[in-house]
Write a protein that binds this ligand. Structure first.
Ligand code: 2P0
Length: 327
């Protein structure tokens, strides 16, 4: 009736940006990500308590945050076909700063999906776990498994074919490094969920974004298969630029970059000219994530700090969401 699971966040190399179904969280296009270690979120789910209770990072969750967690557990009860499971207690805690801009929700909902099913007595099933995690937050479906995961958009209106599959595990490319440059610790003005909706509804470039991103996924897969850092780095950068261009063209425009972000990007180009293999990707916030290899991670960190990074987190490819305990 009680299970604890640890999951890692992920960074998209080909981004998810826009839903075709807001309720089921079905994307317009496929995406591809890398699971990040050592960052993690640990979540415990216990059924059969007197009342529902949700605690996230030491605070009682309220409003939509609480609703998203309880809605996911409602789907667990439906899968278990067991009405006697009763109310649930959820305790979730991340070990990295929320200000990093790395969605802790991805690791949190992945851990919740895996722990929820285990606590309900259901067997491990990565497809079912990925679909459940997706109902909490789209990017969470890519954190159920480690390494490089591809969220296939699927075609079905019920979302049963929209889940992430692992293409390569973490051991495929152990020397790959992602260096998170925290340039700004502030909360972003427009959350991803609202920003992507605004882009879908008002950006004249949206259809082109969808077509291009879908086509980039198999190319990214090929570069990863060959461990071709330069080709993957170039693909990552252009995909990030295209997501941000789509958003900049929305009405009202969405600009997630700040002056320091642009400064770092220019600096990066100069470094590459000097032979340092380092590229960036950028989510819906000002903090770039630098893609490089083990031999150059110290240089990437120094570059980030020289460009004003307040903090730097060095990451390596991470593993699957894992069950820590079950009672
Ligand atoms: C991604 N992002 O692929 C993209 C790139 C941000 C930029 O997925 O509404 O928290 O819960 O499905 O997953 C962040 O959005 O949004 C995100 P919902 P989510 O990682």
């Amino acid at each position: 009736m009680k299970a604890t699971v640890l999951a890692h966040p992920n960074i998209a190399l080909v981004k998810y940006w826009g839903k075709r179904d807001d309720a089921l969280i079905l994307p317009h296009q496929s995406s591809l990500s890398l699971t990040l270690s050592p960052l993690s979120v640990t979540t415990t789910v216990e059924f059969g308590v007197p009342t529902d209770a949700v605690e996230l990072n030491g605070h009682v969750a309220k409003g939509s945050e609480r609703e998203r967690v309880l809605r996911l557990l409602e789907s667990v009860r439906a899968q278990a076909g067991d009405k006697s499971l009763g109310p649930a207690k959820v305790v979730s805690r991340g070990d990295f700063p929320m200000a990093a801009g790395l969605a802790s929700s991805a690791a949190g909902f992945a851990a919740l999906a895996v722990a929820g099913r285990a606590a309900a007595g259901l067997p491990r099933d990565t497809k079912a776990e990925s679909i459940l995690a997706r109902l909490g937050s789209g990017s969470a479906c890519r954190s159920v498994q480690g390494g490089f995961c591809e969220w296939q958009r699927g075609e079905r209106p019920d979302g049963d074919d929209s889940f992430a599959v692992q293409r390569f595990d973490a051991a495929h490319w152990p020397e790959l490094r992602m260096v998170v440059a925290i340039l700004d610790r502030g909360e972003k003005d427009v959350k991803s969920r609202d920003g992507m909706k605004q882009a879908v509804e008002t950006s004249p470039y949206y259809a082109a974004w969808v077509k291009d991103a879908e086509a980039e996924v198999p190319r990214a897969r090929e570069h990863i298969a060959r461990r071709d850092l330069q080709a993957l780095g170039e693909l990552c950068e252009r995909n990030a630029w295209r997501m941000h261009s789509t958003s900049l063209a929305a009405e009202p425009p969405l600009c997630y970059l700040n002056a320091a972000t642009v400064g770092l990007i220019h600096h990066l180009r100069e470094h590459r000219k000097k032979g340092v293999p380092v590229w960036f990707t950028l989510d819906a916030g000002p903090n770039p994530v630098l893609l490089t290899d083990a031999a150059n991670e110290v240089a990437a960190e120094a570059l980030a700090r020289a460009c004003g990074a307040l903090d730097v987190i060095r990451c390596v490819p991470g593993g699957d969401a894992t069950l820590k305990s079950e009672h």
